[in-house]
Write a protein of this length. Structure first.
Length: 227
C-alpha cells in the first residue's frame, strides 16, 4: 500500500478538525480482531473486495490494511478521504454497509475517525513489503508537546536508508487519542530501530505526556495508493 505525498513536509502541530484541512486527509480507522469464523485468507479477500469498491468513490485518497505482528489475528484498516463529506457519503451507502456486515461475521470491529496532524518522508510511500511501528497514545498532557515529541521520534529515522515515512493521526471523537505510524522497507531495519536507544529515549519523552502508550509492530497486508 502507498501513502503518497508530493514532498517532504515540516513537522508541526496542527489542531484536529473534523472537517479536515486542505491537503490533510480525514481518515476512517478500523481495528479488527478475527473471531472463530474468520481466517486471514477469508478476511483479506473481503477487504480486497471493499478496496476495489472504494477506488471508485468520490474523494477517496486510498487505503491500507496492516496486520499486527505482535497480535497476529489483529488488523488495522486506514481509509483516507479528501473531506468529511466525502467520507460520510461513502460509508452511508448500501454497498459499504453490506461489506461491513460481512466483515463483522469474520471479526470484531472497533471503529474510529481521525485527521492527519503531521507527516514526514520524501515520498510517503508505504509499499507492499513495508514493516510499520504503530504508536497508540492517550494524552494527559499538552497535545502540541506530544505532537512535537512524536515528530522528533519519526524525524530522527528519516535519514536512514530504509525508513520511508511517518504519519500522526489524531482522533476526532477523542482529541486525546493519537495513532502514530513510522514505516521501513523491510523487517530488519524496523526491528533494529525499535531496539535502538534513539527509539527508547524518545518513547520515554512520549510517556511523559500520556496516560497510556503502546507500541507494536505490523506489516502491510492489503494496499491501494493513498495520496
Amino acid at each position: 500500500m502507498s501513502l503518497n505525498g508530493a514532498s517532504m513536509e515540516r513537522w508541526e502541530p496542527r489542531p484536529a478538525d473534523i472537517q479536515g484541512e486542505r491537503g490533510h486527509a480525514v481518515v476512517t480507522v478500523r481495528w479488527f480482531e478475527l473471531n472463530d469464523e474468520g481466517t486471514r485468507d477469508s478476511f483479506e479477500r473481503e477487504l480486497e473486495l471493499g478496496a476495489r469498491h472504494q477506488r471508485h468513490q468520490t474523494g477517496s485518497r486510498g487505503q491500507v490494511t496492516l496486520r499486527s505482528l505482535d497480535r497476529p489475528r489483529t488488523y488495522l484498516h486506514l481509509s483516507c478521504w479528501r473531506s468529511y463529506g466525502n467520507m460520510l457519503s461513502a460509508i452511508h451507502t448500501g454497498t459499504y454497509s453490506a461489506q461491513l456486515d460481512r466483515l463483522g461475521r469474520l471479526a470484531d470491529i472497533e471503529p474510529g475517525q481521525a485527521v492527519g496532524v503531521g507527516r514526514m518522508g520524501a515520498h510517503h510511500i508505504m509499499a507492499d513489503a513495508a514493516h510499520v511501528v504503530l504508536v497508540e497514545a492517550l494524552l494527559d498532557g499538552e497535545a502540541a508537546q506530544f505532537e512535537l515529541d512524536f515528530g522528533a521520534l519519526a524525524g530522527q529515522f528519516m535519514q536512514d536508508a530504509n525508513c520511508q515515512g511517518g504519519l500522526l493521526l489524531r482522533s476526532t471523537t477523542d482529541p486525546r487519542a493519537y495513532l502514530g505510524l513510522i514505516w521501513w522497507s523491510s523487517a530488519q531495519p524496523c526491528d533494529d530501530a525499535l531496539r535502538s536507544s534513539r527509539f527508547s529515549d524518545c518513547r520515554i519523552r512520549l510517556e511523559g505526556t500520556t496516560t497510556r502508550l503502546t507500541v507494536e509492530r505490523a506489516r502491510v497486508a492489503c494496499e491501494s495508493p493513498l495520496s
